[in-house]
Design a protein around this ligand. Structure first.
Ligand code: S3P
Length: 169
């Protein structure tokens, strides 16, 4: 159960529904939503794809980290849709654990995600071999999502409203 004084952070793989669920949950809680990719795009005036292409993945990861740390410092509790890769950095994981935020891992079978990420323009990492890449990423990140999560919500075969209820529970 989320406390009124806690940030809520959704983590999980690309395509799992973090942005959509975060919007609905924020609405329900009457909170502002911080969607990592959207904040990065608004701030830089460039798309995630452009940033990857021009500056490379490490530069993108720095922005991702900056946005997470800033959102966690917000004085009033917010809902944060973390980018998929946010758990890769030790600093980010420590910040998530040390912030007192409630972290919920939206977890899906990578096979389910393949269909969902089709046409995702902001996911250049999936341009080649999306199925294989998602499986590899899941294998690399599973333990990291688990490490930061206070709760795990399985999203396979569940509607958005079902997932929202589970996140709020
Ligand atoms: C990434 C996830 C994407 C985006 C970028 C990298 C990742 O965000 O930040 O393509 O490494 O998992 P979503 O999780 O919102 O799709």
């Amino acid at each position: 159960m989320i406390r009124a004084d806690q940030h809520l952070v959704l983590v999980g793989m690309m395509g799992v529904g973090k942005s959509t669920v975060a919007r609905v949950v924020a609405d329900r809680l009457g909170r502002r939503v911080f969607d990592s990719d959207a904040v990065i795009e608004a701030r830089t005036g460039r798309t995630v794809r452009e940033i990857f292409a021009t500056d490379g993945e490490p530069a993108f990861r720095e922005l991702e980290s900056e946005v997470l740390l800033e959102a966690l410092r917000e004085p009033t509790p917010v809902v944060i849709a973390g980018a998929g890769g946010v758990v890769l950095s030790t600093t980010n994981r420590a910040a998530l654990k040390g912030s007192g935020a409630r972290v919920v891992w939206l977890c899906a079978d990578p096979v389910t995600l393949v269909e969902r990420v089709k046409g995702g323009g902001h996911r250049p990492l999936l341009d080649a071999d999306p199925a294989g890449t998602l499986q590899r990423m899941f294998d690399e990140r599973e333990a990291l999502y688990r490490e930061v999560a206070d709760a795990i919500v399985l999203v396979d075969n569940r509607s958005i409203s079902d997932v929202v209820e589970a996140v709020l529970r």
